[in-house]
Write a protein that binds this ligand. Sequence first.
Ligand SMILES: Nc1ncnc2c1ncn2[C@@H]1O[C@H](COP(=O)(O)OP(=O)(O)OP(=O)(O)O)[C@@H](O)[C@H]1O
Ligand SMILES: [Mg+2]
Length: 336
Amino acid sequence: MLGCLNENHTIQGRGGFPSLDDRLSNEKNAPAEIEAVRKGFETRGYICNAHIATSIFLAERLQKPLLVEGPPGVGKTELAKATAELVGKPLIRLQCYEGLDEAKALYEWKYGKQLLYTQVLKEKLGDLMAGANGLKESMTRLHDFDDTFFSEEFLEPRPLLKALWQPGGAVLLIDEIDKSDDEFEAFLLELLSDYQISVPELGTIKARTTPIVFLTSNNTREIGDALKRRCLHLYIPFPDTDLEQRIIRSRVPEVEEELRRQLVAFVQGLRALDLKKLPAVSETIDWARTLVLLHARELDADLVRNTLNVLLKFQDDIDNVDGEINALVTKAVQAR
Ligand SMILES: Nc1ncnc2c1ncn2[C@@H]1O[C@H](COP(=O)(O)OP(=O)(O)OP(=O)(O)O)[C@@H](O)[C@H]1O
Ligand SMILES: [Mg+2]
């Protein structure tokens, strides 16, 4: 599917994944397809290197979920959003938290509708039983209605089931999986390996079209081996200078080249220090916008001091950096 990027870098879906033959015959074009993925992201404002583009290409081709790990604010969630745009499919997002359970993630029975149905059934019971030959036949007729009672019609789909039911497929983002409990992680295994779920009253529900699945984690707890085994793994670190400059050029085009070079060099310098929370891409973007608002043309120590709270979120970090600001600014201004 990713092989069908047109010149505008949008996907022309083939209504499913390519056959094995397709995959083998496409093999020679893989580098070009990966480059098309990278460029497709770029036109949508998501700037990445070949490593990330390759992971997306492989996840889609191997039909494997992609587990994306890395520090906060490096673009994990944004990667799933950009992929949904790229493949032209809806993004269905499940935000994980402690206590998240199947009813919130998978489905609920529409109790109200079932209740209404029971009342109608009660009223029609006389008609239904009319002419029934003995208890056995009456029970058989009632059992038929039991089946309707627990049918797909009475299911309220939550994000996971929505993604399986989505006609034409979807991009499913299971965000911050590390915030959920171990039990929820175990519950996901069937979905992640077979793209299906089991509903006790109905049996197995399979995906209509295999979704592209992303899981993200900030590593607040270790993800289990069973889940890791089912996924491709991608670690997104803080970007290097070149990548971060390109991200800023894309996200804050108003910032002039010289200031962009300086501010990125300063942030890179900050990340070499021992801080409670290092500034991420999101903070660099916010800082670039701040400097534009202040009509800054280049960095100086006072400007940095007055705006450092945009980059650093702990007062301890701000205090600790204070003595280093002059040296960091000089280095950033001189960096080429
Ligand atoms: N490679 C990138 N290209 C363009 N924008 C990016 C990139 N990486 C991050 N951003 C921007 O940085 C911000 C934070 O990204 P995102 O929310 O995806 O981070 P995250 O890794 O999911 O963070 P968290 O772990 O806190 O959820 C977004 O506004 C996003 O647009
Ligand atoms: Mg996120």
